[in-house]
Design a protein around this ligand. Structure first.
Ligand code: GAL
Length: 702
């Protein structure tokens, strides 16, 4: 595998936008006759589209037979877009191999854990580790780079598409061979590997590298260390395709930046995007709204994490849906206001581009019921009118382009390895979930009107006063040392059940839970006490625990008990504790799944002494999310209504986007609406003491 690849240049802030926010979509003109292209251009101009991602699934048309190219139609489309002032993020088109390739080389097809071959007929039917696929795909990348490298419409390369979305886990013989090489690089010796995986258990000891396989379907619970390393390996193996394509692009078009669209959100949890970020010139992400009550906050959570993965630099929202998707059990359309709200929330979290999958809703194929910016009904439709409105909203706030996310003082830590490992089989319960726990604490902070970053646990903690680390399950010595230093220096840590439990090989830290964090939080847990589906545990504060409780048996002298279990086997035992350091830092430990409501109580108790947890008046008692970007001379404050009620705020700054203030400085935010304020950089966000007024009954769009 490629190692020590030089970190590519990050694109200078704002350079990609060229002074304006980017607005566009995946554009698939090959699905339509030429006469439709002219209408596309007219309607794209009407909507204010200024960029499209092109050619993502075009390999079979670009190379209809091995080594024979048909670029004619793409030349035409590139020229047409350029004539219409629309730039191109050109795909390397390697996402979906053509039928001729898999017919000649069935050995590129991936295999599932039980040996099932994933046949052509959908997309992404290739093994990340296949040398054959690599050879053919790089030939295509080279051909495209040579042909279009100088085209005036080209502003960026779009490597493949959602790498690993359907093929991240391949258990084929190619994968087995590559896995062994990866393991040799990681461990150096079989002794080290045997120790890391604990292979003395169940007679799994390895004497030769060739004995090692991917964790294929086995009679019962598979080795956890092997599973974890296979997850790491698989994330790295897919990244190799990104690196290989990137190297060709860099060689031929050194001045054109490249990206690949991450799936930081819920779809695929198996890629460690923190480790991928240095491999792209700018980060881009795809997000699809989760329907229902938690959808908006979920969107904010992942947008926030993406902004932090991008290290605060502007990034691209490469895909989201103008309305319904087609791949959930039920796919409702977006509700009134959501299209603009979702877009502006992403911009608030640092996106300099708002792009959709896709421009024109397909007529045929598996995604024909997935919305597009231009729906089956045509341009005289609610969705297209909203799209046009969004285009003008984005152009009104073009001054935001290139500004950075302003770091908060509070962070929710997010750790991919903890996500993977805490969800493993053979655990005390399957009913707790890492991302749900992280989202619950993030939502609790939003409810209290506190702005928080969602920050990779591997990133620096400098500048933060409070770290919330929900279910930080995997804690290495290095992470423990950083958390200890944070608290020793006066920082405030809140962590929850099942944290600190295992090391980087999923081996349990001994001496009692929470293992690596035991000294830091000052408590010892002897037993996990998971709850059955219909069981609940009450706490003295009134909080209710579901799914998980713990038996804390020892607390240090410097630890106060903030809450206790009430009733049941744990009656009177500590449930929530806090250790204090001499420098004034604290480490709070929450031993139960007390959910968002319980988190309110814990955070409120800490807020009494920690300024960083004070509510922002602009948050209107948690009804509004406050998001901030800063430029050299200005501060942009995005105010997103989290509720289905209208919210009335008084603001001093100038409203430059979304809902505008009236002459008295009042902003009436209808349900799901966003306002964008501009304030001078030096000043704190403009606000008055009584920013929250009583909301009017009948929300009105301003
Ligand atoms: C993404 C993918 C797009 C499209 C979209 C539909 O995963 O990149 O090509 O399939 O989902 O939601």
């Amino acid at each position: 595998m490629t190692t020590n690849l030089e970190r590519p240049r990050w694109v200078a802030d704002g350079a990609l936008g060229a002074g304006r926010l980017r607005f566009g979509a995946d554009y698939n003109p090959e699905q339509w006759p030429r006469e439709v292209w002219a209408e596309d251009m007219r309607l794209m101009r009407e909507a204010g589209v200024n960029i499209v991602s092109l050619g993502i699934f075009s390999w079979a048309l670009l190379e209809p037979r091995p080594g024979e190219w048909d670029f004619g139609w793409l030349d035409e489309v590139m020229d047409l877009l350029h004539e219409n002032g629309i730039d191109v993020d050109l795909a390397t088109a390697t996402a979906s191999p053509p039928p001729w390739l898999t017919r000649r080389h069935p050995e590129v097809l991936p295999q599932t854990a039980d040996g099932t071959v994933l046949w052509p007929g959908a997309r992404q039917h290739w093994r990340p580790t296949s040398p054959v696929f690599r050879r053919y795909s790089l030939r295509l990348v080279r051909a495209l780079a040579e042909r279009y490298g100088d085209h005036p419409a080209l502003v960026a390369w779009h490597v493949s598409n959602e790498l690993g979305c359907h093929n991240i886990y391949d258990y084929s013989d190619d994968a087995a061979a590559a896995f062994r090489v990866w393991l040799q690089e990681r461990y150096g010796s079989l002794d080290a590997l045997n120790a890391a995986w604990g292979t003395a258990f169940w007679s799994q000891h390895y004497e030769e590298w060739d004995e090692i396989l991917p964790p294929r379907v086995a009679p019962t619970q598979r080795n956890p260390g092997q599973q974890l390393d296979f997850e790491r390996f698989s994330s790295d193996a897919v990244r190799e395709q990104l690196r290989a394509e990137g190297a060709v692009l860099r060689e031929i078009t050194p001045d054109i930046p490249y990206t690949t669209n991450f799936m930081v959100a819920q779809n695929v949890r198996d890629i460690d995007y923190v480790s991928w970020a240095p491999d792209v010139d700018f980060v881009s992400n795809d997000h699809y709204l989760r329907p229902g009550e938690l959808g908006r906050d979920d969107l904010s959570f992942w947008a926030n994490l993406t902004g932090n993965i991008a290290e605060g630099r502007p990034w691209f929202l490469m895909e989201h849906a103008a309305s319904a998707v087609n791949w959930r059990d039920v796919n409702p359309p977006k509700r009134e206001g959501e299209l603009v709200r979702d877009a502006l929330t992403h911009v608030g979290h640092g996106a300099d581009a708002v792009c959709y999958f896709q421009w024109r809703q397909s007529r045929a194929g598996g995604e024909r019921y997935h919305s597009g910016m231009l729906p089956h009904a045509g341009s005289d439709s609610r969705v297209f009118r909203d799209v046009v409105r969004l285009g003008s909203e984005l152009s009104a706030i073009s001054a935001v382009t290139g500004s950075r996310r302003e770091p908060a003082r509070v962070a929710v830590l997010f750790d991919y390895t903890s996500w993977w490992v805490s969800g493993r089989d053979s655990h005390p319960t399957e009913s707790v979930s890492y991302d749900a726990e992280a989202l619950a604490w993030y939502r609790a902070l939003l409810d209290l009107g506190v702005r928080a970053d969602v920050r990779p646990a591997s990133a620096e903690f400098d500048g933060y006063e409070v770290l919330v680390a929900p279910m930080l399950h995997v804690v290495t010595r290095e992470l423990r040392a950083r958390l200890e230093a944070f608290v020793e220096a006066g920082g405030h840590l809140v962590t929850t059940y099942f944290s600190g439990t295992v090391d980087e090989h999923d081996r349990v830290w001994l001496g009692g839970y929470p293992g690596a964090l035991r000294d830091l939080v000052g408590v010892t847990v002897e037993e996990f006490v998971p709850l059955l589906a219909d069981e609940r545990a009450g706490l003295a504060s009134g909080a209710i625990a579901e799914h998980w409780t713990e038996r804390i048996t020892h607390t240090g002298a410097d630890v106060e008990v903030l809450d206790t279990y009430l009733g049941g086997d744990l009656d009177g035992a500590p449930a929530v504790t806090r250790r204090r350091t001499r420098a004034g830092g604290t480490a709070t430990y929450v031993s139960a799944d007390i959910g968002r409501a319980g988190a309110h109580g814990v955070l409120r108790a800490l807020a009494v002494e920690v300024d960083a947890l004070a509510a922002d008046p602009l948050a209107a008692d948690g009804r509004v999310e406050v998001i901030v970007r800063t430029a050299d001379d200005a501060r942009f404050v995005f105010l997103a209504n989290r509720t289905d009620e209208s919210v009335l705020l008084d603001v001093d700054g100038e409203t430059v986007g979304g809902v505008r203030a009236d002459d008295t400085g009042a902003v009436s935010l209808p349900p799901r609406a966003v306002a964008v304020l501009r304030a001078a950089r030096e000043s704190a966000p403009a606000r008055r003491d009584d920013v929250v007024r009583e909301s009017p009954r009948q929300p009105e769009r301003v």
